[in-house]
Structure formats: structure tokens, C-alpha cells
Design a protein around this ligand. Structure first.
Ligand SMILES: *[C@@H]1O[C@H](CO)[C@@H](O)[C@H](O)[C@H]1NC(C)=O
Length: 312
């Protein structure tokens, strides 16, 4: 117990995305622009979907949920990085560090499961257009969303509890933008074999949705290639592009980070971290709204309603 108290009273150090002063300044300016755009963009997506009855269907409900996750996902790391930079400190309490790790794992996993649910939704829409409304019923849609949150949290809590029990006695410099599990484990002064095994198990659970996404798209592509393109199929297919872009951005960066040997703090790591913590959540609303006519119409309506309801 004594050890635990000691480690929780001493702060950890967040070295930042790259650990280099000039680059940290650049990242600070970048975050200063990216963060508000992320919040506003994703909030607008949620509002537009809420306010337009034509968008009350599973595809857009899932998209609103994805935006909801991204709002929190970027809020776990970026405000802390911004305030630390402003205050000229790099400190984070042990509890803050664990909380950051837990939220990032939970939201990251939930994110990937929602992306899988979106892929499944598209696959059903394209391959079973006549049964779409019965297969993707409101109940199933809610189940997919709740399931994503449950699995996401289940895959975060054990790692957090296991890490909380580790002794940290020497170096407390976390070589990352936020308290990420791998650089944190490396700092412990005890045997972390079990933690690392659990981390790989967690990575496997995180990868299940990617497998589902790949299967869904193989299903979709065989269908699209086999059947002479009808208007409905083409329309459903057009939204796949946006989804695939977000999936590649997200999985490409996260896998680039974790599915390779742990190296030291490099600029490449920094860029990858900034990509998945900040850039992907920011791009999400643009990717979906710029290419989607219904989404654009809903956003337009949202603005015109606001303007016309303003007293002159
Ligand atoms: C998430 O999905 C559920 C179930 O379809 C839906 O009722 C809810 O409104 C969505 N959440 C957001 C933030 O739109």
C-alpha cells in the first residue's frame, strides 16, 4: 500500500508527441486549430442528423454515434496537451495518467466497433436492400451501439487496473503525447510480462472489428460486381467510399503505431500519434458531409433554420 501511495502522489511527465521543443510548438499551433474544428464539426453532424427526419435511419444514427465518440476521443488528449504547453509544464498526476489511458483505450475500441457496425449496415443495405429495414431494425441498431460501448469499456478496464497495480520507481517520463499503455508499461520497475501478454490480447480484441469490416466489404464487392448496377445499389455504394476512407485513416495509423516493435521517440511516431488522436476525428465530419448530398442538405437546413429564426 505504501508504494501505491508514493507513486500516486508523484507526477508523471508527458514528453509530448515528439519530445522536441520546436516540433512541440508546431503541434501546439496545429492543435489550437484542429481541436475547435473537431468539436464544431462533429457537433454539427450530430445536430444535422437529429434535426432532419430524413436522416433518421441506422446509417446516420451510427454516424452520429461515431461523431459523439470522436468528440470525447479528442477531448481526452488535446486539452491536456494544450494547457500543459500553455502553462509550460509537462506534469500529469498518476491518476490523471491512468484515466487518460483508460478513456483512450475505451473510446478507441468503441470507435472501431462502431466502424464495424457501419460496415455491416452498408453491407446489409447493398446485399439485402429489400430486407434492410427489418434486419437493421431500431432494436438491432441500438444493440450494435450499446454493444460497441460495452466491448470498448471491457477492453479498457482490465489494462487500467493491471497498470494501476504496477510499481513505478525510477524514470517517469512517458514518451508520448498522452499516457499511452505501451510507453507507460515500459517505465515500470517490475516484471511486465503478464501486462504485455494482456496488451496483445487487447490488440486482438481491437482487431476483431477490422476483420468484420473486411468481410463486410468483400461481401459488398462481390455483390456489386455480380449484379448489374441498379440505382439503389449505387446510391448505397456511394457512402462506402467515405466509410472506407475513415476506416483506412483510423486503422492505418493505429496499426502503424502498435503492430511493430516499440521504438524510441521518433518524429514518425509523433506524426502517427497526432494523426489518430487529432486529425482523423477532425476529418470525419468533412469526409462524410462533403461527399454526401443528404448530409449537405441537412447541414444547409440546419443553418437556414437558425438564420431565419433569428429575430431581425
Ligand atoms: C446512437 O445510436 C442510437 C441507436 O440507434 C440512437 O438512438 C442515438 O440517437 C445515437 N446517438 C447520437 C449521439 O446520435
Amino acid at each position: 500500500m505504501g508504494e501505491d501511495n508514493q507513486s500516486s502522489s508523484l507526477d508523471f511527465i508527458l514528453l509530448g508527441a515528439s519530445g522536441q521543443k520546436e516540433q512541440e510548438n508546431l503541434f501546439f499551433i496545429l492543435f489550437l486549430f484542429i481541436y475547435p474544428i473537431t468539436l464544431i464539426g462533429n457537433l454539427l453532424i450530430i445536430l444535422a442528423i437529429r434535426c432532419d427526419i430524413r436522416l433518421h435511419n441506422p446509417m446516420y444514427f451510427l454516424l452520429a454515434n461515431l461523431s459523439f465518440v470522436y468528440i470525447f476521443f479528442s477531448s481526452v488528449t488535446i486539452p491536456k496537451a494544450l494547457t500543459n504547453h500553455l502553462l509550460g509544464t509537462k506534469a500529469i498526476s498518476f491518476r490523471g495518467c491512468l484515466a487518460q489511458m483508460c478513456f483512450m483505450l475505451a473510446l478507441g475500441n468503441t470507435d472501431s466497433y462502431i466502424l464495424a457496425a457501419m460496415a455491416y449496415d452498408r453491407a446489409v443495405a447493398i446485399t439485402r436492400p429489400l430486407h434492410y429495414t427489418t434486419i437493421m431494425s431500431p432494436r438491432i441498431c441500438t444493440l450494435l451501439v450499446v454493444g460497441s460501448w460495452v466491448v470498448g469499456n471491457t477492453n479498457a478496464v482490465p489494462h487500467t487496473v493491471l497498470t494501476a497495480r504496477l510499481p513505478f520507481c525510477g524514470n517517469k517520463e512517458v514518451a508520448s503525447l498522452y499516457c499511452d499503455i505501451a510507453p507507460l508499461l515500459k517505465l515500470s520497475c517490475s516484471d511486465i510480462h503478464f501486462n504485455v501478454k494482456m496488451m496483445y490480447l487487447g490488440a486482438a480484441v481491437f482487431s476483431v472489428p477490422l476483420l468484420c469490416i473486411i468481410i463486410s466489404y468483400v461481401w459488398v464487392f462481390t455483390m456489386v460486381l455480380r449484379v448489374p448496377s441498379t440505382k439503389g445499389v449505387l446510391k448505397a455504394f456511394s457512402t462506402c467510399g467515405s466509410h472506407l476512407t475513415v476506416v483506412s485513416l483510423y486503422y492505418g495509423t493505429v496499426m502503424g503505431m502498435y503492430f511493430r516493435p516499440l521504438t524510441s521517440h521518433s518524429l514518425k511516431d509523433a506524426v502517427i500519434t497526432v494523426m489518430y488522436t487529432a486529425v482523423t476525428p477532425m476529418l470525419n465530419p468533412f469526409i462524410y458531409s462533403l461527399r454526401n448530398r443528404d448530409m449537405k442538405a441537412a447541414l444547409g437546413k440546419l443553418f437556414s433554420k437558425r438564420i431565419s429564426s433569428r429575430p431581425l
